[in-house]
Design a protein around this ligand. Structure first.
Ligand SMILES: NC(=O)c1ccc[n+]([C@@H]2O[C@H](COP(=O)([O-])OP(=O)(O)OC[C@H]3O[C@@H](n4cnc5c(N)ncnc54)[C@H](OP(=O)(O)O)[C@@H]3O)[C@@H](O)[C@H]2O)c1
Length: 298
């Protein structure tokens, strides 16, 4: 049995579906089981649980061979309780249940000295898992193109506006959720995965300006730029911290994206876990048809 924590989310849901496609037994944990009905209909066992509730995790881990978690609370005030104590609760529950392999979804940006509390929490959770004695694998994906591409270019279609954080010139690696999910299911099948950190990047490092230009090219429009200047993000990141930790975190993440190395080169990962990596332009084309593009007749 494979327990997926975060199965109601974008990545966790995709991984659960790929496992079900392959006929694997899946237990999907969610705070709101109603969100997991589609997975239940496909044969998953659904359990109610919360990373902040250790007893619910003990129940969820019973009889489980592998745990994979994608859960995170980046955009909530409970981030520390979920990504900090919550992840530690899950590791402890997995150890108590004798789980054979724990796969933790971290991030390429996770590090001990990150300016963003969320990425420090991710790194601390990695360290906790590595020291736990439970056989572990850490997935370290780059920025998701679904999330960031749409942040930058999603409003080009309707409003003709591209959103650029900072200079928009810093190269960033973008990976598609589908590709991360395809690597994750191979990791679960790999007897040599325990003890490995697995960087998962897309095929290109692109600046936000380059992403905006991809959307413009695909949609056949020229977009205005809505800019969040670096000094504004820096000031907002500092002054909003006591009153709005979520806004503060977003601003600091924006600064981090524009001012630190966000690139990822070709890695060992693709040799070990072969996938056909998705290019940003192909993803945008697949999800946004140009309004003026001629349609093929039936
Ligand atoms: N977005 C990026 O660019 C990026 C880049 C690298 C890594 N990542 C990481 O990739 C992972 C998956 O991202 P995603 O976009 O799929 O996230 P998502 O769609 O926001 O899903 C988050 C999941 O976490 C669950 N969750 C939140 N609080 C919980 C709690 N207290 N107890 C149990 N579950 C809880 C949510 O379940 P509910 O239905 O209960 O809310 C949801 O299933 C995350 O760990 C993220 O940090 C993301």
């Amino acid at each position: 049995m494979i327990l997926i924590v975060g199965a109601s989310g974008v990545l966790g849901g995709r991984i659960a579906n790929l496992l079900l496609d392959a006929g694997k037994p899946v237990r999907a944990l969610g705070r709101t089981p109603a969100k997991l009905e589609a997975l239940r209909a496909r044969g998953a066992e659904v359990v109610q649980g919360d990373l902040r509730d250790r007893a619910s995790l003990d129940r969820a881990c019973a009889g489980v061979r592998q745990v994979l978690t994608t859960a995170a609370a980046f955009e909530t005030r409970q981030m520390a309780q979920v990504d900090g104590q919550g992840n530690r609760n899950l590791v402890d529950a997995a150890r108590a249940a004798g789980v054979a392999h724990f796969v933790f979804t971290s991030a390429h940006a996770a590090r001990a000295d990150s300016p963003v509390d969320f990425f420090r929490a991710k790194f601390a959770a990695e360290e906790y898992l590595r020291a736990s004695g439970v056989p572990w694998t850490v997935l370290r994906p780059a920025a998701f193109m679904e999330r960031w591409g749409e942040t930058i270019g999603g409003a080009i279609a309707g409003k003709g506006i591209a959103t650029i954080l900072g200079s928009g010139e810093n190269p960033i690696n973008f990976v598609s959720v589908e590709d991360v999910a395809r690597v994750a299911v191979q990791v679960l099948d790999d007897p040599d995965a325990p003890g490995r950190s697995v960087p998962i990047g897309g095929p290109e490092n692109l600046s936000m300006e380059e992403v905006a230009r991809i959307y413009e090219r695909v949609l056949g429009v020229t977009a205005k730029r809505k800019r969040a200047p670096l000094p504004v993000m820096r000031i907002l990141g500092a002054v909003t911290a006591p009153v709005s930790p979520v806004l503060s975190r977003m601003m600091r993440a924006g600064v981090m994206m524009d001012t630190t190395d966000q690139t990822l080169g070709p890695s060992e990962t693709l040799r070990r876990y072969p996938i056909q990596p998705t290019r940003m332009e192909d993803w945008v084309r697949a999800h946004h048809a140009a309004p003026s593009a001629p349609r093929a007749s039936a």
